[in-house]
Design a protein around this ligand. Structure first.
Ligand code: ATP
Length: 295
C-alpha cells in the first residue's frame, strides 16, 4: 500500500508515575507478574513527524546521550509499524527530551507510544487503540498503557489494562536523583516470593473510583523500593524531605530512582522542590500535576 503524505505532525508523549506497584510472582519464563496503578503526569517529551524524500527512519534528538539508531524505542516502534503497514515513504522524527531518562517514568515507552499515534495520523492509517496496543506490546510491556494514557490498573506483565477515573487533582513534586537505574537490575535483584509486605492495590483502585485523595495517599506503596532504595539511600532522603515539607506521602516510581510527593498546596510543593535542589539530592525536579484532569 502506498501512503503518500506531506503533513507535519506534533505529539506530546507524557511520563507516568506508579501510585502503587506490586509484584505477585516471577513466572517460569523470567517475566514478573505485576499489579500496578499507572498515572500520567504533566511532564512530556515533544515528538515531531515529517515525511522524508528518502526511505527509512531518521531520528534527531536534543539529548545527545540517547542512541539514535535501532536502540532507540522510537526507531523500533516506527520500523515495526511501517513494516506491518507496508509504508515505503521515509519519515523524519525529532525528539525534544524532557522526561528524565532511566528513571522509572516510562520515558522510552511513552515515546514509542507517541510514534504509533503520530504515524497513524501522518500516514492516515486509521488504526484504533486496540490495534496500536497489540503492536505496542511487541516493543515493551508498558507501551500499551502509554498508548492509552490516563489512570489504569495494569496486570499480567503490564499488558492487561483496566482504565480508571483520574484521581482528584493535587500538586506533585517529581525528583530524579542523579543515579541511573536499570529496570533489569532491579527485577533481577527482587525476591518476589519472600516479600513481607504488599501494597493494597485493590484498596487503591476503590479509593480512585471513589475520588478519595486520602484513600490514595494512605496506600502509596512500591515493592521495588526494597531493591532500589537499598542500593541508593538518596531515595529515602528525598522522601523524608518531601514529608518534612508537608507532603501527604511520597513514593518511588517504577523501578526508580525517581521519587514523587503528593502535596495539598503549591507553596509547600515549591518549597520542597527548592529544598531538594539546594540540598543536592536531585537536579531534575518538577512541580507538576496529574494529566489529564478528573472529569
Ligand atoms: P521504565 O519506567 O519503563 O522502566 P525508564 O524511565 O526506567 O523506563 P527509559 O527512560 O525508558 O527508562 O530509558 C531506559 C534506557 O532506554 C535508557 O538507558 C536509554 O538509553 C534507552 N532508550 C531507548 N529509547 C529511548 C527513548 N526514546 N527515551 C529514553 N531512553 C531511551
Amino acid at each position: 500500500m502506498d501512503h503518500i503524505t506531506t503533513n507535519h505532525i506534533e505529539r506530546k508523549a507524557y511520563a507516568k508515575i506508579n501510585l502503587g506497584l506490586d509484584v505477585l510472582r516471577r513466572r517460569s519464563d523470567g517475566y514478573h507478574e505485576v499489579k500496578m496503578i499507572m498515572q500520567t503526569v504533566d511532564i512530556w517529551d515533544r515528538l515531531t513527524f515529517k515525511p522524508a524524500e528518502t526511505p527509512g527512519i531518521e531520528l534527531s534528538a536534543d539529548d545527545k546521550t540517547l542512541p539514535l539508531g535501532k536502540d532507540n524505542l522510537i526507531c523500533r516502534a516506527a520500523e515495526l509499524l511501517m513494516e506491518e503497514k507496508g509504508i515505503r515513504q521515509g519519515v523524519k522524527i525529532t525528539l525534544e527530551k524532557n522526561i528524565p531518562v532511566a528513571a522509572g517514568m516510562a520515558g522510552g515507552s511513552t515515546d514509542a507510544a507517541a510514534v504509533f499515534h503520530g504515524l497513524n495520523e501522518l500516514f492516515g492509517l486509521s488504526m484504533d487503540m486496540e490495534e496500536m496496543k497489540r503492536l505496542g506490546v511487541r516493543i515493551g510491556a508498558d507501551v500499551p498503557y502509554c498508548i492509552m494514557g490516563g489512570t489504569a490498573l495494569s496486570e499480567g506483565i503490564g499488558e492487561i489494562l483496566t482504565p480508571l477515573p483520574a484521581p482528584p487533582q493535587c500538586v506533585l513534586v517529581v525528583a530524579k536523583p542523579d543515579c541511573n537505574v536499570s529496570t533489569k537490575f532491579v527485577y533481577e535483584n527482587l525476591h518476589a516470593d519472600t516479600l513481607k509486605e504488599h501494597p493494597d492495590i485493590d484498596g487503591m483502585v476503590l479509593a480512585i473510583r471513589k475520588g478519595s485523595l486520602e484513600g490514595i495517599t494512605g496506600r502509596l506503596g512500591n515493592v521495588l523500593e526494597t531493591v532500589t532504595a537499598k542500593a541508593y539511600p538518596v531515595i529515602e532522603e528525598i522522601k523524608r524531605k518531601m514529608k518534612e515539607e508537608g507532603a501527604w506521602n511520597a513514593l518511588m516510581s517504577g523501578s526508580g530512582p525517581t521519587v514523587f510527593g503528593m502535596f495539598r498546596e503549591r507553596e509547600s510543593a515549591q518549597a520542597a522542590a527548592e529544598g531538594i535542589k539546594n540540598a543536592g539530592l536531585a537536579r531534575q525536579v518538577f512541580v507538576t500535576r496529574f494529566y489529564p484532569d478528573r472529569q
